[in-house]
Design a protein around this ligand. Structure first.
Ligand code: BG6
Length: 510
């Protein structure tokens, strides 16, 4: 008998989903014994359950190497919900736990996939999942290729549209480590699934406030006329984190901040800020416009890279009341590593809207605080009537996290007999306007994958264009051979990052 999983219903759920309802389905998580499942995926499923947004018939199959029983698997997940669940509770997990089962197999063993197929067929009968399957690749990328091939060989990757049965695949980052590896991964995916079945995760796209960039721009009449090179001097996109690399030193050595953050999250945010209005809010219309932005960014020649970028690496310092390691002292990091933990990049979108307006992207670990924001810096008025020193250019600030909101900085007369102008702020805060906490990005993305809506996922061409740009930066750094500039943990990156902006511009201090 199908089991109804909706624990409670949320009157807003219809609005969140535009009344769309996810079809019954089974979610197979490869690498289910790993961190992502415990920290993010299952707590997010509980968040969806809380809002009554899970499909009416639903099952989760954890696929991994470890020898676990269903019970051990569930204990681990319950513990994850307890530790990391923002909205779901262990009691909620207990009510739904029958839906979670464990499938032990090696990723490279074809028989494990035939057995999976039989298990899924059984679940269709027992739990009413109707032959719909979503495969979530939450393993290290080195396992992707085997999993994809084995899914295809076991006949699990095919949609059966005549019988209304879907098969979809969700792919986690990192999506390759350069253009060549991303293309090869895309080819492997294509050998098993067609593009409409593929959902490449960039969890920044699932953040409410990132989605609000489109609403702010295209649901309002007043911003769009100003949103171009005539009025915008430059744009700053900052994703700062106060944490260091922690136990992920080994991974970070291979990626650096450019691959870990800029290739995906920051370039995705840039596309939403810079894109033309789409003809509709459908997955391909939105992604068509986003990819055009990336195509309009030229690859750098190696000799251009030094002037357009800054690399930094955090050094030991006293930060937040404790003595923190420098990057070179972190576990898994080579003592002479030249991996960057901070990067700032100046990009030019070469189209009619943006010619001459630079986009500055910066991201780093061990910066003073965790903050993600987009600052649109407008040009000064054509004539200075007031004391130039006291009037700053207008800034429209999109605060992505934390303290989500939008604010506008403008000059106002200070009350009194003198004509003095000072900056003031008009402020919109999500919390105050809408109350409550917004859903985790993974909730939204899991739900959209169940609904088959790819708008908030990266398409093949987007990922490849982003790698093309990043590869050209990495090639310039390699040729240049210099080490990243050190910066003390708890500061806003190396001194060189200020130079990048050029005359008369400064980084915002969030
Ligand atoms: C991940 C990176 O993609 O994003 C991490 O691999 C980073 O290094 C994280 O810490 C930041 O995500 P968020 O949602 O905390 O801003």
């Amino acid at each position: 008998m199908p089991t109804a999983l909706a624990a409670t219903t949320n009157p807003l759920a219809d609005e969140l989903t535009n009344g769309r309802r996810a079809e019954p389905c089974a979610l197979v998580i490869f690498g289910a014994s790993g961190d992502l499942t415990k920290r993010k995926l299952v707590p997010s499923l509980m968040g969806l359950a809380k809002d009554g947004l899970l499909p009416p018939s639903f099952a989760v199959v954890g696929f991994a190497r470890r020898q676990w029983t269903d019970e051990e698997f569930r204990d681990e997940l319950r513990d994850g919900v307890q530790q990391f669940g923002r909205r779901g509770t262990p009691a909620m997990f207990d009510a739904l736990q029958d839906a979670f089962t464990y499938h032990q197999s090696d990723f490279s063993d074809p028989t494990g996939y035939f057995a999976l197929r039989e298990r899924l067929d059984r679940l269709d009968k027992e739990r009413g999942t109707k032959g719909n399957r979503i495969f979530y690749l939450a393993t290290p990328p080195s396992a992707y290729s085997q999993i994809l091939q084995n899914l295809a060989s076991a006949g699990l990757s095919r949609d059966d549209l005549e019988n209304n049965r879907f098969a979809r695949v969700i792919v986690e980052k990192p999506f390759g480590r350069d253009l060549a590896t991303a293309q090869s991964l895309n080819e492997q995916i294509r050998a098993a699934f067609y593009e409409g079945q593929v959902f490449r995760i960039d969890h920044y796209l699932g953040k409410e406030t990132v989605q609000n960039i489109l609403a702010l721009r295209f649901a309002n009449g007043i911003f769009e006329p100003l949103w171009n090179e005539k009025y915008v001097d430059h744009v700053q996109i900052t994703v700062a984190e106060s944490i260091g690399v922690g136990s992920r030193g080994g991974y970070f050595e291979e990626s650096g901040i450019i691959r870990d953050m800029i290739q995906n999250h920051l370039l995705q945010v840039l596309t939403l800020v810079a894109m033309e209005p789409p003809i509709a809010l459908t997955a391909n219309s939105v992604r068509d416009e986003k990819v055009k932005v990336l195509k309009a960014i030229r690859s750098f020649a190696p000799h251009e890279v030094a002037a357009a970028t800054v690399r930094g690496q955090y050094a030991a310092a006293s930060f937040g009341g404790e003595d923190v390691n420098g990057y070179l002292e972190e576990e898994g990091v080579a003592a002479d590593s030249s991996t960057e933990t901070f990067a700032a990049v100046r990009l030019q979108v070469n189209n009619w809207r943006w010619a001459g307006t630079p986009f500055f992207l910066r991201s780093g670990k061990r910066l003073p605080r965790r903050v993600t924001e987009v600052a649109i810096h407008f040009k000064r008025p054509p004539l200075t009537l007031f004391d130039r020193g006291s009037v700053q250019p207008n800034v429209l600030l999109l605060r992505i996290q934390p303290d989500e909101g939008v604010s506008l900085r403008f000059g106002s007369k200070v009350p009194g007999p003198d004509v003095r102008v000072r900056d003031v702020r008009m402020d919109f805060r999500y919390g105050a306007a809408f109350g409550g906490e917004s859903a985790d990005a993974y909730e939204r993305l899991l739900l959209d994958a169940m609904l088959g809506d790819g708008t908030l996922f990266a398409r093949r061409d987007e990922v490849e264009e982003a790698w093309r740009i990043v590869d050209s930066i990495v090639a310039g750094w390699k040729k240049d051979g210099r080490k990243p500039e050190p910066y003390a943990a708890g500061t806003w990156g190396p001194e060189g990052s200020a130079r990048l902006l050029g005359e008369g511009r400064t980084w915002r201090q969030p």
